[in-house]
Design a protein around this ligand. Structure first.
Ligand SMILES: Cc1cc2nc3c(=O)[nH]c(=O)nc-3n(C[C@H](O)[C@H](O)[C@H](O)COP(=O)(O)OP(=O)(O)OC[C@H]3O[C@@H](n4cnc5c(N)ncnc54)[C@H](O)[C@@H]3O)c2cc1C
Length: 312
């Protein structure tokens, strides 16, 4: 949202969740010498705080920040992720378990065969289409080995699991070190002129003006909705899952193995995730409130994890 076509001289980011701090860190890494960047976040309005599994694009993001894995992985209890195992998502016995691999240069030849076979299957012919037979990521997940290698040729693409709150903290420290101004307070009013955000009134500072405002206020969509009157388009009629319950477990509990994959398992009213970190296992059940109460969802997840009601 710019208020002119000129290059911005100052940038204000509203929100200090994953989106806000990723944005601040990236802009600071690229532009902190040229532009004054401010991030304001509310102490009263919390962040979503979950979101422990990434795609391989996050690797590129860290490279843009100039981060090495040793700079952030130990601090965020992070582990490697070579793909996602989906189980119990279909009643089709052939695909009761499916591994979605991340692609790597090692797979160039075999991937060709995989896609050719998929086309054959679409035409009604029988063909081998299990990704784990064609992509090295599946083999790495099965063997529980790291995707980082100096001996294998080519780039191996992979992603990460991490503690989202700790990662937000690392990004915040980095951004502030790069001279991002961090304000803790609430944006009370969004002022607009001619369809552009011009000023934010807050309870912690003088009104904030900027040439570029970035809305990272999460579901509130403060600038987009309150300021510019935009509304979000609901997909509720086809995306049924609208609730989640998360129950992390320690490493000595069932489903404990640290393997470089996210596990996603179909349950009665949605699906559960199982994400291994170095400090704990992240588990959660994403479900539809049309078919399941919060109590039923928690009970089903606890049963699946084989843990009692008292276990946090
Ligand atoms: C159960 C679940 C599992 C998920 N799993 C994954 C996953 O594995 N991988 C993944 O990539 N994503 C995942 N996600 C999605 C991801 O967690 C969210 O997209 C992300 O956390 C949203 O971050 P955000 O910064 O946009 O918003 P939020 O975290 O909601 O942050 C909003 C920020 O805006 C601030 N704010 C709001 N109003 C004001 C105001 N008036 N004044 C000042 N500040 C204000 C708040 O204080 C807060 O800092 C998951 C989400 C859920 C619910």
């Amino acid at each position: 949202m710019t208020n002119s076509t000129q290059q911005p001289e100052s940038i204000v980011i509203v929100g200090g969740g994953t989106a806000g701090w990723m944005c601040a860190a990236y802009l600071a890494a690229k532009w902190s010498k040229r532009y004054h960047i401010t991030l304001i976040e509310s102490a009263q309005i919390g962040t979503v705080g979950v979101g422990e599994g990434s795609t391989p694009f996050l690797k590129q993001f860290f490279a843009e920040l100039g981060w090495q894995e040793s700079d952030w992985m130990p601090a965020c209890d992070a582990t490697y992720k070579t793909g996602i195992e989906f189980s119990n998502w279909t009643s089709n016995e052939r695909f009761k378990r499916y591994f979605h691999p991340f692609f790597s240069a090692l797979d160039l030849d075999t991937a060709e065969h995989f896609f050719a076979n998929c086309n054959q299957l679409r035409k009604g012919k029988n063909a081998a289409v299990r990704p784990e037979q064609f992509f090295s990521a599946a083999t790495m997940a099965e063997a529980a080995v790291s995707p980082v290698s100096t001996s294998l040729g080519g780039d191996i693409d992979y992603a990460y699991h991490f503690d989202a709150s700790k990662l937000a903290g690392c990004l915040r420290n980095f951004a502030v070190q790069q001279s991002v101004t961090h304000l803790t307070g609430n944006v009370l009013n969004v002022q607009c002129t001619n369809g552009h955000v011009t000023q934010l009134e807050t309870d912690c500072s003088a009104p904030l003006t900027a040439t570029l405002f970035i809305d990272c206020s999460g579901f509130r969509g403060l600038l987009m909705k309150q300021g510019l009157g935009q509304s979000l388009q609901s997909y509720q009629d086809c995306l049924f899952n609208d609730r989640a319950v998360a129950i992390p477990t320690p490493h000595n509990s069932p489903l404990q193995a640290i393997t470089p994959q996210t596990r996603s398992e179909g349950l009665s009213c949605g699906w559960m995730w199982n994400i291994p970190l170095t400090s704990r296992i992240g588990n959660g059940y994403v479900y539809s409130s049309q078919f399941c109460s919060p109590e039923q969802a928690e009970a089903e997840l606890r049963l699946r994890l084989n843990i009692s009601d008292e276990t946090p």
